[in-house]
Design a protein around this ligand. Structure first.
Ligand code: ADP
Ligand code: MG
Length: 318
């Protein structure tokens, strides 16, 4: 039989929009040392909009946006949605693409007019070993300071076996022939908003004596800007999806009892790894299935309520 206290607890939890998938985890929540939050879509609304564009090699801004939207045409990522909307808002018609490929935690790749193009963030640039032209680097610095996410449109470098004409057909055809490095030709700044409840939950968790950390695939400067704004002390940035759970382990190795809060497919391994995995909001199915507790309402404050409820309920059982 289910102990009475637990029964009370789960129905109380349900009334507060908390689905308890693992009761032991709910009990553990009272002893948490650190709570790690995913950034995009969890602490921020995740509804991004393109607010600025920069280009090099005399590439036209509208052309860059149309190409980027085309490369993003098959992606479900929130960034992809924002790029397509921005192109549509400017009345641009994205060209046809083929060979679409999603690069998890990095970006996307597609073939346009016979040439390969990529759209993605800092993780994509290191993957392609692409060097950022100074004009775009400056743009990215400025955007990062303002907590704006930057993604790049990158033309693939010429590889062995490519005909020399091929790699340069799409844009920047006036480039010197023989360049074989991937070249970022445009950058886009996307603005997201921090949720009101995120400010409150960080304060509430600090009051409960819990340390707060942020885990994101976004760039270091954006992550730090958001963390500073919220008063979050620990930041893990530019983390690939497959490495997110390692960050949780790092904290656990410091003898900490760790919860992870996330909404995305990318967060699933970290949710599983954490002592308490918490999926938030509408969350993807994968996130929900990897979580111990599901916060049905899309409200980060429920994380603090959950800890309080755990402390109030399980104190009685000792
Ligand atoms: P987060 O960890 O913030 O939830 P993701 O792991 O989904 O974010 O993505 C990490 C980074 O990878 C993004 O900030 C972006 O730079 C890049 N990225 C991923 N998917 C895309 C895409 N479809 N278009 C552009 N960039 C992308
Ligand atoms: Mg997310």
């Amino acid at each position: 039989a289910i102990p009475l206290v637990v029964a009370i607890n789960t129905s109380l939890a349900a009334r507060n929009g908390m689905l308890i998938r693992d009761r032991i985890a709910m009990e553990r929540a009272r002893d948490l040392d650190t709570i790690v939050f995913d950034k995009t879509g969890t602490l921020t609304a995740g509804e991004q909009g393109v607010v600025d564009v920069a280009t090099v090699d005399r590439v036209d801004e509208d052309e860059a946006l149309a190409l980027a939207a085309a490369v993003e045409s098959d992606s479900e990522h929130m960034i992809a949605q924002a790029m397509r909307e921005a192109a549509a808002d400017r009345g641009l018609k994205p060209p046809n693409v083929s060979d679409f490929e999603a690069l998890k935690g990095r970006g996307v790749r597609a073939t346009v007019d016979g040439g390969a193009l990529y759209v993605g963030g800092p993780n994509l640039l290191s993957y392609l070993e692409a060097e950022v032209p100074p004009e775009l680097a400056e743009f990215a610095d400025r955007s990062g300071e303002n907590a704006r996410t930057v993604v790049y449109l990158v033309r693939e470098g010429k590889r062995d076996g490519d005909s020399s004409a091929q790699a340069n057909t799409v844009v920047g055809a006036d480039q010197e022939p023989g360049i074989d490095q991937a070249r970022p030709i445009a950058a886009f700044a996307l603005a997201d908003v921090i949720r009101e409840e995120s400010y409150r939950v960080v304060d509430a968790l600090h009051d409960l004596g819990i340390e707060v950390a942020m885990l994101t695939g976004d760039s270091e400067d954006v992550a730090v800007a958001v963390a500073d704004e919220l008063g979050i002390e620990t930041v893990f940035a530019e983390v690939l999806p497959e490495d997110k759970d390692e960050k949780v382990t790092e904290l656990q190795d410091q003898d900490k009892l760790v919860a992870m809060v996330g909404d995305g497919v990318n967060d699933a391994p970290a949710l599983t790894r954490a002592d308490v995995g918490i999926a938030i909001g509408s969350g993807t199915d994968v996130a929900v299935q990897s979580a111990d507790i599901v916060l049905v309402q899309n409200n980060p404050m429920d994380v603090a309520r959950l800890v309080k409820l755990s402390r109030a309920s399980y104190r009685k059982m000792q």
